[in-house]
Design a protein around this ligand. Structure first.
Ligand SMILES: C[S@@+](CC[C@H](N)C(=O)[O-])C[C@H]1O[C@@H](n2cnc3c(N)ncnc32)[C@H](O)[C@@H]1O
Length: 245
């Protein structure tokens, strides 16, 4: 199969992107967690914990984790916030099944439930949740603006949104590391360890075609969120954005 060089070789419309993304994640469910640990040098769970802390959610909050995937953010929130009532949502069934398996291993904590749905059309009433969390989802949705608008709709006044995401390389140091680690090492490891060349060729392209942390701040604010701020993680390759309703 010829190597696909550009995102436009994969999809052109919003519908095509959603189909591509759902199929792509469905094909990597077995190795996703392991490769996350390897490619982030074992740091990704710590980033998720930092994101949850940044939300400063009170005990007993009701939180929606959109694009929960295999549930790593949800599990961290469940551990970190006593009494949290957390719901994980994703449109990729194999990932949701993995998340449920992991929860069963760690039962006895607080209520967790799952919804299989598209994050851009949340089957949730207005002003239902105290907070919305999302990690590594934004590059994969058809519209980041619509996603934050949907988050705003379902969040109670005074609630918060927290996003953890890879940012577009923005300075010469980031561009250099990116060109080595993400463009060469990551696709090679994806191919070698998981035989998933396509998914791990898509990953650096999705980051390069994403936004800088400042650009993302502007987008989130445009959808109504107030006091939007971010913290750089890992020299700015990753950022945690927080906004208030
Ligand atoms: C890179 S994974 C991140 C999973 C998880 N949040 C984590 O921290 O590991 C991206 C997830 O976004 C989900 N996703 C992408 N677009 C979505 C959409 N429109 N609606 C629901 N889930 C979506 C994918 O199915 C996948 O589970």
């Amino acid at each position: 199969m010829p190597k696909l060089k550009r995102l436009q070789d994969r999809y052109n419309t919003a519908e095509e992107k959603e189909t591509y993304i759902e199929n792509m994640f469905s094909s990597i469910d077995e190795n996703y967690d392991f490769l996350n640990r390897v490619m982030s040098l074992g740091l990704d769970m710590g980033w998720r914990r930092r994101a949850i802390k940044a939300g400063k959610f009170s005990n007993q909050s009701a939180i929606l984790d959109v694009a929960t995937g295999t549930g790593d953010l949800l599990l961290s929130a469940q551990k970190a916030i006593p009494g949290v009532n957390i719901v994980g949502l994703d449109f990729c069934r194999p990932f949701l099944l993995k998340a449920k398996e992991k929860l069963d291993d760690k039962n006895g904590r607080h209520p967790v439930s799952f919804i299989e749905a598209n994050g851009l059309k949340l089957p949730v009433k207005d002003e239902t949740f105290d907070g919305v969390l999302t990690a590594f989802s934004l590059r994969n949705v058809a519209s980041v603006d619509s996603l934050f608008s949907e988050f705003y709709r379902i969040t109670k006044p005074g609630g918060k949104v927290v996003s953890l995401e890879m940012m577009k390389p923005n300075n010469s140091f980031q561009k250099l590391v990116f060109s080595i680690h993400f463009k060469r090492v990551v696709p090679a490891l994806g191919n070698l360890l998981a035989k998933q060349a396509e998914a791990y060729n898509y990953l650096p392209l999705s980051i390069e075609n994403f936004y800088t942390a400042n650009e993302l701040t502007t987008i989130i604010s445009r959808e109504g969120w107030r006091n939007v701020s971010y913290k750089n993680v890992m020299f700015g390759f990753v950022a945690i954005h927080v906004g208030e309703k």
